[in-house]
Ligand binder design. Structure first.
Ligand SMILES: Cc1ncc(COP(=O)(O)O)c(C=O)c1O
Length: 316
């Protein structure tokens, strides 16, 4: 993922220059991973850029912080408003927004209460996560030798920076072995999720996805896909998935803000279905992108328009 610098970053209520968004090396977050964050996309529409489910992402950010007893000194509405303003200030069209709440510089002990809670918002241009080709033809994945964290260890319903030490192991192992991504099992051996994606398994016309209790993040794309499936008359249930169900699936796909809806064409070099994007994934992609692009009405109120960005701003 290449990072394309923009002009401004929002920090605790003020826009600062990109290069000035620095923290001290002894900040609590550097020593102990004490940050929670989000990833939100804004999409190009004919009416200008539009954030996808901005309020839901910022609510999840606040929930993640709440689990870790972090008092965020800004309201949901204030952070949403600042996120909109940031796209305008940086004159961006479609982009990726990264809100971060972190424990800053203060005490050096594990107890974080002597360290300030700081909020940053950054955004930049960004294309597909696993590649355009992957969206059409699917990706090759493995089942990781690394499990997701057990319940009551690192809470997986909080999108905390520390969780991504686990995701890094999953992703690095997959890449080192020639795969695009890894699927992690939970501590009991049931399918959990990818290093940064939720997972859906299609069999006989109906779809299953692991419940949160299998150490999966409450993904906002996951929720959107479940809503769309129900509207399209496709049965979708949350259910524990044994590893072997992956190999005999008709289709499997990942969902996530970064991955959007990415089909999986093989698991551990075992071909899934026809070994290409399946009809269910294609149908859901079409519906999803019709809404995010504004080509179909935003019937769920998922889009937040960013008014005032000049036409000609970056478009994916
Ligand atoms: C571990 C993990 N699971 C699932 C997801 C998908 O969540 P969302 O659809 O809200 O982006 C993400 C991305 O945020 C993730 O990092």
């Amino acid at each position: 993922m290449s990072l394309v610098k923009t002009e401004k970053i929002w920090h605790n209520g003020k826009f600062i220059d990109w290069d000035d968004a620095k923290i001290h090396v002894l900040s609590h977050v550097v020593n102990y991973g004490s940050a929670v964050f989000e990833g939100v996309r804004s999409y190009h529409t004919e009416q200008g850029p539009a954030y996808f489910r901005l309020k839901d992402h910022i609510q999840r950010l606040l929930n993640s912080a709440y689990i870790y007893r972090m008092d965020v000194p800004f309201t949901l509405d204030a952070i949403c408003q600042a996120s909109i303003e940031l796209v305008r200030v940086n004159k961006l069209g479609s982009c990726y927004l990264r809100p971060i709440v972190l424990r800053g510089y203060g005490d050096v002990g594990v107890d974080p209460r002597g360290c300030p809670v700081e909020v940053y918002l950054a955004c930049w241009e960004w294309g597909t996560y696993l590649g355009e080709e992957a969206m059409r033809n699917g990706v090759d994945v493995c089942v990781s030798s690394w499990n997701r964290p057990a319940p009551n260890t690192l809470p997986q319903m909080s999108k905390a920076a520390a969780n991504y030490m686990n995701s890094q192991l999953i992703r690095m192992e997959a890449k080192a072995n020639g795969y695009d991504e890894g699927i992690a099992l939970d501590v009991n051996g049931y399918v959990s999720e990818g290093s940064g994606e939720n997972i859906f398994v299609v069999k006989g016309g109906s779809i299953v996805t692991p419940p949160f209790a299998n150490s999966a993040l409450p993904g906002i794309t996951r929720d959107s896909v479940m809503t769309l499936c129900r509207e399209l008359g496709i049965s979708v249930v949350e259910q524990m998935i044994p590893r072997e169900a992956l190999y005999i699936a008709d289709e499997i796909f990942f969902t996530g803000t970064a991955a959007e809806i990415t089909p999986i064409r093989s698991v551990d070099r075992v071909r899934i279905g026809s070994g290409a994007r399946g009809p269910v994934a294609k149908r859901i992609q079409e519906e999803f992108f019709a809404i995010t692009s504004g080509k179909k009405p935003d019937r769920h109120g998922w889009l937040t328009m960013v008014a005032g960005v000049p036409s000609g701003a970056a478009v994916r």
